[in-house]
Design a protein around this ligand. Structure first.
Ligand SMILES: Cc1cc2nc3c(=O)[nH]c(=O)nc-3n(C[C@H](O)[C@H](O)[C@H](O)COP(=O)(O)O)c2cc1C
Length: 180
């Protein structure tokens, strides 16, 4: 299977980058092709809602930014993994910007069966802290007609060291290994 991993943290070596590494290692061990794109490093403009894409066969007004690299992999991936730290109980703006840009290929994505995974981590330990990202994930699956592959919601991780010293490391690896 081809797995597209989209990370959304500005921290190159932070908490969620570490969990993404573990996931990718597990998925590669299971023989999958893994494409990882760290979206915060790219130049991706926000969707303007201008509907240029609707009038121009899916061509976005921002056709020369880095989103094209993601779209090409997105259209051919069997599974997509969203990886984000919790920012005000949601995904980071960097990752949300990428998701909004799905708009130009919206119909293609809804007709293309995929599995969606979510890995998120936050400093908070409250049981409700992940309610927002979980609901967003479930709603995205419903709308896009994609299957829920699985989630890793990691509580109480303020730093990479917290993640390294936690059981979430093993769970991220297992989630990757179990992609099918
Ligand atoms: C702008 C900002 C907003 C944050 N919002 C939350 C939050 O709502 N809930 C939470 O538990 N942690 C929050 N955090 C903490 C991060 O999610 C946490 O430190 C995480 O481990 C960072 O992951 P990263 O190193 O992959 O970026 C926030 C951090 C920042 C910088």
């Amino acid at each position: 299977m081809k797995i597209l991993v989209l990370t959304g943290s500005p921290h190159k070596n932070g908490t969620t980058s570490f969990l993404a590494d573990e996931f990718c290692e597990g998925a590669e061990q299971s023989g999958h092709e893994v494409i990882r794109i760290d979206t915060a490093k790219l130049k991706i403009n926000p969707c303007l809602g201008c509907n240029h894409c609707r009038r121009n066969e899916g061509k976005c007004i921002h056709e020369y930014d880095d989103m094209i690299e993601i779209i090409l992999h997105l259209l051919t991936a069997d599974a997509v993994v969203l990886v984000s730290p919790l920012y005000y109980f949601g995904l980071t703006a960097q990752l949300k910007t990428v998701i909004d840009r799905f708009y130009s290929v919206n119909s293609l994505l809804r007709e293309s069966p995929k599995k969606l995974y979510l890995i998120s981590a936050g400093a908070d330990k409250d049981e409700w802290a992940m309610d927002g990202v979980r609901a967003h994930y479930e709603t995205l699956c419903k709308y896009l007609n994609w299957k829920e592959g699985g989630t890793l919601l990691a509580y109480g991780l303020a730093t990479r060291e917290d993640a390294e010293n936690s059981e979430y490391k093993v769970w991220a690896n297992r989630l990757g290994m179990g992609v099918s």
